[in-house]
Design a protein around this ligand. Structure first.
Ligand code: PHB
Length: 407
């Protein structure tokens, strides 16, 4: 079966779905092709911190009802070290901005619902997905769906298929420069049926390593623990996980997470990765397909949102005015913001984790870094403006949306 569309989108994660909806709002046709099932995409437990700009974007796009109802707005966060928690007031330091805790899987669920309402095509469980003719004016997406072979001719392809997707590896060797850093540790993450004992996130550097206190709802706590990168989850009984979490997180004033039934647990490695440029011919990479940040800065989903905002702006300029200027600037514009988020995520990661190859000097320097951070208004302001999100490079008006802020 042969089909044609303006923009073929590979991947129905946050990047692909947000892009599809932004294009829809601007009258641009798209087809979204995803190799996994709807259930898999919705159920996967991922990170869950939305920057102020990401929340504002979702409201402006008319897909903010879920985040408005169930998102948890946080006006501060804690940094904990040497047994003491220190609060950083994000909202006061950023002229009223905040972050919102709302699971990525909820974001995806809301966006799939919005896509379905537009009646525009979204294929799940597409097999043998491949992209071709990338440097021609009519690139191609091939896939097999419910036993039928499909060829989708596009003006442009958006590669929103994540780090392990097919789009980036389809670019000829030598056309991309890869910048990469692996960390000598990973995160063991759990979801627990326990009421969060803090209303805000707590990032801890303990002698035994990093730990993070987060949440998903008033009844569900999300916790992370630094472990060796190839640690097997089988090595960790629920009891061992709680013992280690409480050992690292309990502060001298007696604050500690509430314990409850563990409902999900997994280990994820950590890496920093950038592939540049984020374009080859008429294939544009967005989100994790082009870059990965370690989760310590909580930036992954937010970078996907800012990438596709730029891409939507560029495609709108092309279809409305025939101008390729924005398309030509897409990669440079995205990468400026991506690299600042990379730097921030690397800094959060290296300041809050213990490395197997660190010296005693390195550890004392980390403590001094955190002491400075939590006692200097200038340092706290710097963290706050990055944590709530640096400005997006594109105004909402320029993609036909009204700026809007809901608290
Ligand atoms: C999460 O709630 O899953 C979470 C929060 C903050 C991070 C990473 C993950 O930095």
């Amino acid at each position: 079966m042969t089909q044609r569309t303006q923009v073929g989108i590979v991947g129905a994660g946050p990047a692909g779905l947000l892009l599809g909806h932004l294009l829809h709002l601007n009258g641009i046709d798209s087809v979204i092709v995803e190799d996994r099932s709807r259930e898999h995409v919705i159920d996967r437990v991922r990170a869950g911190v939305l920057e102020q700009g990401t929340v504002d974007l979702m409201h402006a796009m008319g897909v903010g009802a879920g985040v408005q109802e169930a998102g948890l707005r946080h006006e501060g966060l804690y940094i904990s070290f040497l047994g003491q928690r220190h609060r950083i007031n994000l909202t006061e330091l950023t002229g009223g901005k905040a972050i919102t805790v709302y699971g990525q899987n909820e974001v995806v669920r809301d966006l799939i619902e919005a896509r379905t309402e537009t009646r525009r095509p979204l294929y799940f469980e597409a097999e043998h997905v491949g992209v071709d003719d990338l440097d021609s004016s009519q690139p191609l997406i091939r896939f097999r769906h419910e036993g039928m072979d499909h060829e989708l001719r596009c003006d442009f392809i958006a590669g929103c298929d994540g780090f392990h997707g097919v789009c980036r590896p389809s670019i000829p060797a030598g056309a991309l420069t890869v910048y990469e850093r692996e960390y000598p540790f990973g995160w063991l993450g759990i979801l627990a049926d326990a009421a969060p004992s803090s209303e805000e996130l707590v990032y801890t550097l303990h002698e035994r390593g990093f730990a993070l206190f987060s949440m998903r709802s008033p009844k569900v706590t999300r916790l992370y623990l630094q472990v060796p990168p190839s640690e097997s989850i089988e090595n960790w009984s629920d009891q061992a996980i709680w013992d280690e979490l409480l050992r690292r997180m309990t502060t001298r004033d007696g604050w500690t997470p509430n314990v409850g039934r563990i409902t999900q647990k997994s280990v994820t490695p950590m890496r920093s990765f950038v592939a540049a440029p984020m374009r080859y011919g008429n294939l544009f990479l967005a989100g994790d397909a082009a870059h990965i940040v370690p989760p310590t800065g909580a930036k992954g989903l937010n970078l996907a949102a800012s990438d596709v905002l730029v891409l939507a702006r560029a495609l709108k300029a092309f279809y409305e005015r025939g101008s390729s200027d924005w398309l030509n600037e897409y990669s440079d514009r995205c990468l400026r913001r991506v690299w600042k988020a990379q730097r921030f995520s690397w800094w959060m990661t290296s300041t809050l984790h213990r490395s197997p190859d660190e010296t005693a000097f390195d550890h004392q320097r980390q403590i001094a870094d955190l002491d400075y951070l939590t006692s200097s208004p200038a340092a706290m302001t710097s963290l706050a403006e990055q944590y709530v999100g640096l400005p997006m490079d594109v105004s909402f008006e320029s993609v036909g949306l009204n700026e809007c802020r809901r608290n």
